[in-house]
Design a protein around this ligand. Sequence first.
Ligand code: DQA
Length: 149
Amino acid sequence: MRIAVLHGPNLRLLGRREPQVYGTDTLGDIDARIGDEAASLEVEVESFQSNHEGDLLDFIDEASARVDGFLVNPGALTHTSVALRDALLGVSLPFVEVHLSNTAAREPFRHRSYLSDAAVGVVFGFGAYSYLLGLRGLVAHLREHPDEP
Ligand code: DQA
């Protein structure tokens, strides 16, 4: 089983970006933790970050040929991007949405997600651990429902 991890805009700044909100782990630290978790679950992962919406859409299209699902932190695109939603629905692969921060406890514009209702599940508020929980949930879903999008 192979999972693609998608990090949206500004997530490459982790470590120095609003550490009171997002913690002090860098994106490299988080990817390393995801890699360890994936190894313990006996799945393969690949990770992609972009600040550019179109690059994320292209990646979803290309990666869909080789992966079984997506673990997605869309960053601010969560709250704005119909195109990202359409890309994920368009490739008919299951995805889990994750956020480092508890978006429900933040500004009202962060309460709406264009992805959540189409996701297998959503994990938010646990810092880097959100990714690990999300990966576990996605892998469990894929193992239990191998034929479902
Ligand atoms: C975020 C939450 C978003 O509202 C924000 O725009 C981000 C990060 C999170 O992981 O908590 O860039 O997705």
